[in-house]
Design a protein around this ligand. Structure first.
Ligand SMILES: *Cc1c(COP(=O)(O)O)cnc(C)c1O
Length: 415
């Protein structure tokens, strides 16, 4: 049998802000191998303060001052990252009592925190109400349980209504609005429930309208934001109480795959500035915010994993690493993608060498699902070299099954 030459598959685009130092990928002013040595182990997530700062600065420059920024903790709940974001953003969105424990540890004022998510347990509601966190109410049942718990502990719950809108964020990777959903209260049922909760003594905090995630189209985001503002104004009128706050959702995406283009942030900011300059009366005194996860943290993180073996099989070359889908489920193509495509990836310690080899980069798990790159064109690499997987700052470490196969969690470091 003769082996045909392998046709390479493209890799996703390496995010802006990464350069080289001493021939290696540079992160936070040092070569990648420096951080691997400093952590004392691989695999390792390296998150960059500079890149987190830079992204927030870009957002502040593009968005109107009137619109605040919230960080969605689920994207990256690593405590040093959350603590760092504390100095950068205006508020935090959590989705469990576990995340509340993290924001507490980070010393974040509960008045800056809102708690969304279906299926909040009574003990979670109690912890949030006692702390003074705003509950983004997801259902009639949850609203009434919150009131009863507030009464029992002698503290009025702070409640915003999470709305399930009839529209969605077009082209988003994960749709969380439009039609039947487990999230939020259907828009037409919001006014009655909001009035019931307010009249029963809840501290009214306004609305939360999240329409989707991972959108790269400015046009789609602009349209969704226009719809959100229109719906919020209508609901405020129907409820008969002004909105102290409107969480407009987010959905800003980052390029992961070949052909993905970065979001045109300037266009989104310009359109939002125009709308904010002529808000309907119902929103004149409302605090506005966006909630972002991956757009803030995703590109600021790199996953470093070391090559353990290099082998050939039927003409294909495999670089087998000490990492894999147990830390980077999304890069393996098993976290919400239909067709597997390659994430951006590089040989970190041969960052400037020319790509003259076509290889499959795989993890160490005993399952064929554990692939980090298929038919990637990379510099020739061997045992001991470091593979960098980009876009690892969000939905990496905690969105992957790190117990699967018993290799244990990756190290994490904020630099
Ligand atoms: C997951 C989630 C986010 C963050 O989404 P990203 O795509 O990471 O920006 C924000 N808000 C809510 C309600 C979420 O569920």
């Amino acid at each position: 049998m003769t082996d045909k030459p392998v046709k390479p598959k493209p890799l996703g685009p390496i995010p802006a802000g990464y350069g080289s130092l001493d021939g290696e990928l540079e992160i936070g002013g040092h070569p990648a191998s420096y951080w691997a040595a400093k952590a004392g182990k691989t695999p390792l997530f390296v998150y960059s303060r500079d890149l987190l700062d830079g992204r927030v600065a870009q957002l502040r420059a593009a968005l109107p001052d009137r619109v605040g920024l919230n960080y969605a903790v689920k994207a990256n709940p690593y405590l040093p990252v959350v603590q760092h974001m504390h100095g950068l953003v205006d508020g935090f969105d959590i989705a469990s009592a576990g995340e509340l424990a993290i924001t507490n540890k980070a010393g974040i004022d509960p008045a800056k925190i809102s708690f969304a998510g279906p299926g909040k347990r009574d003990d979670e509601l109690e912890a949030a109400i006692a702390a003074g966190v705003t509950l983004n109410c997801e259902s009639e049942g949850e609203g009434r349980r919150a009131l009863a718990i507030g009464e029992r502990i002698g503290k009025a719950p702070r409640i915003a209504m999470r709305v399930n809108p009839s529209f969605e964020l077009k082209g988003s990777g994960m749709k969380m609005g439009g039609g039947a959903k487990q999230f939020g209260v259907d828009a037409d049922k919001v006014p009655e429930l909001a009035r019931e909760l307010i009249e029963a003594g809840a501290e009214w905090r306004g609305l939360h309208i999240f329409t989707g995630s991972q959108a790269l189209s400015a046009e789609a985001i602009i349209e969704a934001q226009a719809n959100v503002l229109k719906l919020a104004a209508k609901l405020a009128n129907d409820i008969g109480h002004g909105l102290p706050k409107l969480n407009m959702g987010g959905g800003f995406g980052i390029p992961y795959f070949p052909g993905d283009e970065p979001l045109d942030l300037a266009a989104v900011g310009a359109a939002l500035s125009e709308r904010v300059a002529k808000l309907p009366d119902a929103l004149a005194d409302t605090d506005l915010c966006l909630e972002l996860g991956r757009y803030l943290a995703g590109e600021a993180g790199v996953y470093l994993t070391r090559i353990v073996d290099r082998k050939a099989s039927h003409g294909a070359t495999y670089l087998i690493t000490d990492g894999g889908l147990h830390h980077q489920l999304a890069a393996s193509g098993n976290f919400g993608t239909v067709v597997r495509r390659n994430y951006p990836l590089a040989i970190a310690n041969r960052y400037n060498e020319s790509a003259n080899d076509v290889v499959n980069v795989v993890g160490c798990l005993c399952t064929p699902l554990d692939r980090l790159a298929d038919k990637a064109e990379l510099p020739r690499a061997d045992v001991g070299d470091l593979v960098a997987v980009f876009c690892a700052g969000a939905y990496g470490a905690t969105a992957s099954p790190s117990d699967f196969l018993g290799h244990g969690p990756a190290a994490e470091i904020l630099v």
